[in-house]
Structures are given as C-alpha cells and as structure tokens.
Design a protein around this ligand. Structure first.
Ligand code: NAD
Length: 277
C-alpha cells in the first residue's frame, strides 16, 4: 500500500511521458497528489495527453538535446517549483540482428537510451545537489542484466544505465540525493508491439511499473525489478555457469522472442517511430 502523504505535492518530471510506462507513471503519481511535468519528443501526443490528464506542465522535450532538456527543466522550476523527482524514462527498442542494424539506428539507441539518461541525470544533479535533496530514477530494463539475441545494442544501452546509476549512488553518497534504477520485464506498451513474452514470463502492465516507481519514491532503494518473478529468474540465471544460464534462456524462448518470433506487421509502426524513419 503506497503512502500518498509521502508523494503529495512533490514535483515530478517524467521524460518520454506521452505514452507507455512514462504516461502510466505520471498518471499514478498524479493520482497520489504529485505535481507532474511530462516532456516528450512527440509534441502532438504530449500535448494531447497533457491536456486530457490536466498535468501541471507538458511539452516538447528531446532528451538528446542539452538546450531542450535544460529549458524544459527551467520551465518546470519556474512554473511549478524545485524538482523533487526526475524520471529518465524516454527510450527506444529497435529489434533485429546487429549485422542488419543501420549505423544511424545504433547511434540513435545509444543517444536516447544512454546519453539522454546521462544528460538528464547531470542536469538534475546540478539542480538537486545545492538543495541537498532529490531523487533521480532511471528506467533501465531486465535487459540490463541479461543478454537477448535481437537486442544487442539495446542490451548494451540498458547495461550502461545500470552501471551509470550505481556509480552515481556511490559518487553522491551522503549528499541527501537518491538514485534508483527500474528494471521492467517486457511490458505491454507500443515498444513491445509484435513481441511475445518468453514462456513462463507474463508481460507486465505499465501500471505495475508505475506502482513500483511510486513505492521507490516513498522508500528509495537502488533497484526495483518488475515483475518480481522475471527479476528473480534473471538474477538466478545470471549466477549460473554460462552454458547452463544460456541454455535456460534458450529454453525459455528468449533466443527467438526478438528475432524469428516477432510479428513484423504488428511491429512495423513502432519500428518506424523508434528508428525515426
Ligand atoms: P513507449 O515507446 O511506449 O514510450 C516511450 C516514449 O519516449 C515515447 O512517447 C517516445 O516519443 C518518447 N521518446 C523517444 N525518444 C525521445 C527523446 N529523444 N526525447 C524525449 N522523449 C522521447 O515505450 P515504453 O515501453 O513506455 O518505454 C519507456 C522506458 O521503459 C524505455 O526506457 C524502455 O527502454 C523501458 N522499458 C520498456 C519495456 C517494455 O517492454 N515496454 C521493458 C523494459 C524497459
């Protein structure tokens, strides 16, 4: 049970908040009384949902552009107040074999999923450090603790987010700031369109990730894995000898889920959006 008192009034920024996990998180935190600002590269979508949900602030934000990010955070602090929680959520997941991945797609994944998170954390830190309070929550993935054929660059980006966020936790220990990583399993959003979850592992709903984030804000910790079962399996498999762990991954179907088993027609619209074509 989430204690709304601990969330009421907090100023929360969510990047990539126009849909999916970001929107579910913004909505859940708004219900708990937080003051919400969402930014997204998709200006039409962010304005539509921002108006419909009545968030305090919404608008265009490109997490790969320092001026865009800085001026968005300036707007938030001018119109709402000092940022308590920054959720670096924007991310993309093009699928396919690395050998077929155009270089601009490789760079785009790293730019949004890694540089965008690093930039957001840096800009957030510069505002939060002098105040001695604030919470930076970076959305990684269970792909950051595993290796999944068809997602090589995405896997690399999420491994990077985990290492980066853990490092900040140590680098700013004792400052009053908190740093957390969120590791969702495959979640029912457009990002996962046309992908079937490996056997045994049901996909999560975005609202489950949102609830986990709300709990993190109330009781900060370094990592939260959602679902608990998928997180447990990923951790156990990671501890096994390599051949056994890889074999279990294949038996669960993770070798095919993002390659042969993808429904290309269902996935087409997402792939085009993610790749920027
Ligand atoms: P989504 O595609 O539904 O939403 C992502 C949002 O980010 C979109 O609205 C998009 O316009 C926005 N965005 C993309 N590039 C941007 C940029 N440069 N600047 C600002 N906004 C930008 O995806 P989602 O499933 O909600 O994913 C959210 C996060 O969760 C991502 O970091 C993703 O890697 C992570 N995640 C998702 C899943 C999943 O299965 N859905 C699983 C694990 C982790």
């Amino acid at each position: 049970m989430i204690d709304a008192k601990q969330i009421r009034g907090k100023v929360v920024v969510v990047t990539g908040g126009a849909r999916g996990i970001g929107l579910a998180t913004a909505t859940a935190l708004q219900t708990l009384g937080a003051q919400i600002a969402i930014g997204d590269i998709d200006e039409a979508a962010v304005k539509e949902v921002g108006t419909a949900r009545g968030f305090e602030l919404y608008g265009k934000l490109d997490v790969t552009d320092q001026n865009s990010f800085e001026s968005f955070l300036d707007d938030v602090e001018r119109t709402i107040g000092p940022i308590d929680v920054l959720i670096n959520n924007a991310g993309i997941m093009p699928t396919g074999k690395l050998v077929d991945e155009p270089d601009q797609v490789t760079r785009r994944i790293l730019d949004i999923n890694v540089y965008g998170v690093i930039l957001g954390s840096k800009l957030g830190l510069r505002r939060m450090l002098p105040r001695g309070r604030g919470h930076i929550i970076n959305i990684a993935s269970l792909a950051g603790e595993t290796h999944i054929p068809g997602l090589a660059t995405y896997n690399a980006s999420k491994h990077a987010v985990l290492g980066f966020t853990d490092t900040l936790r140590e680098e700013y220990r004792g400052t009053g700031l908190h740093f957390s990583s969120v590791l969702p399993t495959l979640t029912n959003t457009e990002l996962g369109a046309g992908v079937t979850a490996p056997s045994l592992l049901r996909p999560a709903e975005p609202e489950e990730i949102a609830d986990a984030i709300a709990e993190l804000i109330v009781a900060p910790k370094s990592k939260v894995r959602v679902t608990a079962l998928a997180g447990f399996i990923a951790q156990v498999v990671g501890l096994l000898p390599e051949k056994l762990g890889d074999g279990i991954g294949r038996a669960l179907g993770s070798g095919r889920a993002f390659l042969d088993d993808v429904d290309a027609d269902q996935r087409k619209a997402y792939e085009e959006r993610a790749r920027g074509v």
